[in-house]
Design a protein around this ligand. Structure first.
Ligand code: ATP
Length: 230
């Protein structure tokens, strides 16, 4: 079977302006991820993990190289095309959950669907409810996000990332702010979703325990991929 890769990155570089100088933080990244893979992204602070995730998430443009997600080139595409592509195919979980504090858990989960379609559809509530059930938070559906614990907020963020049934979820240190027990629970959730739905995950982490539970571990160092283990 010749399935289009989930992620295909060639010769990727990224420069940031630093005053009058330019700092190259990605120095030629090569990476292929198949659909449905569960991948951990490791490496020291500043090695470029977040930059790579932001580029894959169409939140930032590369300086040079080619980047494709599900065959769609992220280089040179117009902003509107990228926004639509992102809303449809990519989910995000950040270290800081970024929930809207004055909206309920359910409303937060529904948000990506409204962003994608420009309005609420009659099926959205049922889908968001089902996702909250999956992350074990049915009983917190109508709580404001500000009334949830850190671990609960991150589980809501996981449910939200799945709202539009993306093929790829990018998770930037999703367990970074959680205690061991909550971190393990969130990670188990990602593993379960990966195996039941075939959603592909790229998870940046400093936590070797979390990384060991992924199928594949990619190590970044100084803007390059230094090791790739399965
Ligand atoms: N917007 C920016 N402008 C300038 N430099 C930046 C910007 N964002 C990141 N950098 C620099 O790029 C380098 C890589 O940062 P990045 O956040 O990708 O690393 P990381 O591996 O995710 O680190 P951490 O594990 O600490 O999150 C760092 O040296 C950082 O200071």
């Amino acid at each position: 079977m010749n399935e289009v890769p989930l992620v295909e990155v060639r010769d990727l570089t990224k420069d940031y302006a630093e005053g009058e100088n330019v700092a190259r933080v990605l120095k030629g990244v090569q990476l292929t991820v198949a659909q449905g893979e569960l991948v951990a992204l490791l490496g020291p602070s500043g090695s470029g993990k977040s930059t790579l995730l932001n580029i894959l998430g169409t939140l930032m443009r590369p300086t040079s190289g080619s980047v494709r997600v599900l065959g769609q080139s992220l280089v040179g595409a117009e902003d509107l095309v990228l926004t639509e592509f992102r809303n449809r195919h990519i989910g995000f979980v950040f270290q800081a959950h970024l929930l809207l504090p004055d909206f309920t858990a359910l409303e937060n989960v529904m948000f990506p669907a409204a962003a994608r379609h420009g309005r609420e559809r009659h099926t959205d509530r049922a889908r968001a409810s089902e996702l909250l059930d999956r992350v074990g938070l049915s009983d917190r559906r109508d709580y404001l996000a500000s009334q949830l614990s850190g671990g609960q907020k991150q589980r809501v963020a996981v449910a939200r990332s799945l709202m539009n049934a993306p093929e790829l979820v990018l998770a930037d240190e999703p367990t970074g702010n959680l205690d061991r027990e909550s971190a393990d629970r969130v990670m188990q959730l990602l593993i379960d979703i990966n195996s039941s739905d075939g959603t592909g995950f790229l998870i940046s982490t400093h936590d070797e325990n979390i990384a060991a539970r992924c199928q594949r571990q990619i190590y970044m160092a100084d803007g390059r991929i230094a090791d790739d283990r399965r």
